[in-house]
Write a protein that binds this ligand. Sequence first.
Ligand code: NAD
Ligand code: UDX
Length: 464
Amino acid sequence: MKICCIGAGYVGGPTMAMIAKQCPEIEVHVVDLNRERIAAWNSDSLPIYEPGLAQVVEEALGRNLKFTTDVDAAIMKADMIFIAVNTPTKTFGVGAGRAANLEFVEKCARRIAEVAQGHKIVVEKSTLPVRTAEAVKRILSAANVDNGATFDVLSNPEFLAEGTAIDDLLNPDRVLIGGESEAAIKALADVYAKWVPRKQILTTNLWSSELSKLTANAFLAQRVSSINAISALCEATEADVDEVARAIGMDSRIGPKFLNASVGFGGSCFQKDILNLVYLCEHFGLREVAAYWEQVVLMNDFQKRRFAERICRTMFSTVSDKKIGIWGFAFKKDTNDTRESAAIYVCRDLLRERARLSIYDPQVPEAKIRADLIASMGNLSGTVSDIDRKLVETNVTVVRDGYEAAKDAHAIAVLTEWDEFKEYDFKKIIGTMKAPAFLFDGRNVLDRTMLNKLGFETFGIGKS
Ligand code: NAD
Ligand code: UDX
C-alpha cells in the first residue's frame, strides 16, 4: 500500500507522520507546492512546533515517510490519496467572509484527475462543507476519461487539536470515515486499525461525515462562547467563572471539558468552520439556524474586544504611550500557530489606543508577529494605511522573554497560557514595573492571591 497526502501543513504533516510511524509497511509521501515548508520538514527545524512531533517524524523519515514537492509522481504511485490542503474563509466574491474557499481542494482534485492511472481512493482530510464530495467525484470522473483511472471518494475529517496533536492522533476518541464503497472504507479503516481499536472507527455516509466535522467544531466553540458569555456576567455580579464552570461541569450531562473562560477562542478552525456552517444554513434558507450559530462567533468577537476595553478602562482610561507587556501570541499554548489568535485582536485594539507593546512568545517568531499585526490593521479588502503600518513599526517591540516584556511596563497582559508564565519570579518582575503594576490574566492561569500580596493589581476573566 502506498499513500500520498497533498498538503504538508498542521494536519497533513503530523497525521501522515503518525500513519508512517504506526504502519512501517506503508510508504507515505507528503507533498506540497510550498518548497520552504517541504525543506523544513526535511530539516532539523520542523515548520510546526508540536510536542512529540519531532520524534515521530525522526522515526519514520527516510524509512517509509517522505516529504517532497513532486506532487505528480506521488499521486501516480499512490493507492490512496489524502487531500489535506487549507480551506480558509473566502475573502472575495460571493460568500466573502463566510464561505470556505475551495479553490485549493478543487485544484488537488483536478491534478489527481490529470495524472492518476488505475484505481485510487481519494480521501478528503480537509474540513469541507457538506456535499463537497459530490463536486470532487464529478471532477474526478469528468476529467479522467482518457487514462481510464477510477476513483472512490471518502471523507475522513481530522479531529486533532494543535498542541496535543500527537496524543490526539495516537489515542483518538474516534476516527470517522464516510463513504459509499465498502471496499474503500475497509481499506482506510485497516490503516487506522493498526493502532486504533476497531470500535472507535466509525463509518457513516459521506454527507454525515462531512457535516460531523463542522458540527463538532461548532459545538466545541459554542461551549467556549457560552462560558465566556457567563464570564461577563460574573464580572458584573461577583460570581467567579471558574467556580461556576466547576459547579456546572460536575453535572455529568454537561461535563467539565472546554469550560475554561478566556480572552476568546482562536485557531484556524473554529471561526472558519462556524462561518462556513452559517453560510451553508443561509444557502439552504435556514435563517434562524444560521443566526443561532453566528452568535457563537459574535460572542467571541465581543470577548476579545471586551478584554482590550477593560485594560484601557482600568488604566485610567488611557493607555496612550504606556508600555504594556504582552505574554503569549500563539492562539493556545504548545503551538507556534497564530491563526485567528485572540492576541492579534487585543494587540490591534491596544495599538489603536496608541499603547506601546512589548511582546513575548516562546514559539512565535518576530516576523510572524509583525506580519499578523500589520494584517490586522487592514480594511475589508486588506489594504493597510501607512499610518497603521508605521504604528506597528514604532509601537511594537518583540522581546526574548517575559521579564524583558515586563520591564518598565505599566501593565502585563497574559494572552496565551504558556506554562512557563506560572514559574516566573513575580517579586523580581514587580520591582521592574511602573506602579501601580497592573496584570490582566486573559487565561486565568496565574495565582492572583499571591500576585495581589506582592502588590500587583490583577484582573482575570469572569472574576471581580
Ligand atoms: P495549512 O495551511 O497548515 O496546510 C495546508 C498546506 O496545503 C499548505 O502547506 C499549502 O501550501 C498546501 N497546499 C495548498 N494547495 C495545494 C496544492 N494544490 N497542492 C499541494 N499543496 C497545496 O492547513 P492545515 O491547518 O493543515 O489545515 C488543512 C485542512 O485541515 C483544513 O481544511 C483545516 O480546516 C483542516 N483541519 C485543520 C486542523 C488544525 O488543527 N489545523 C484540525 C483539523 C482539520
Ligand atoms: C480545534 C478542535 O478542538 C479540534 O478537534 C479540531 O480538529 C480543530 O479545531 P484547535 O483549534 O487546534 O482544535 O485547539 P482547541 O484546543 O480546540 O482550542 C481552540 C481555541 O479555544 C484556543 O484558542 C483555546 O485557547 C480556546 N479554548 C479552548 C478556550 O478558550 N477555552 C476552552 O475551554 C478550550
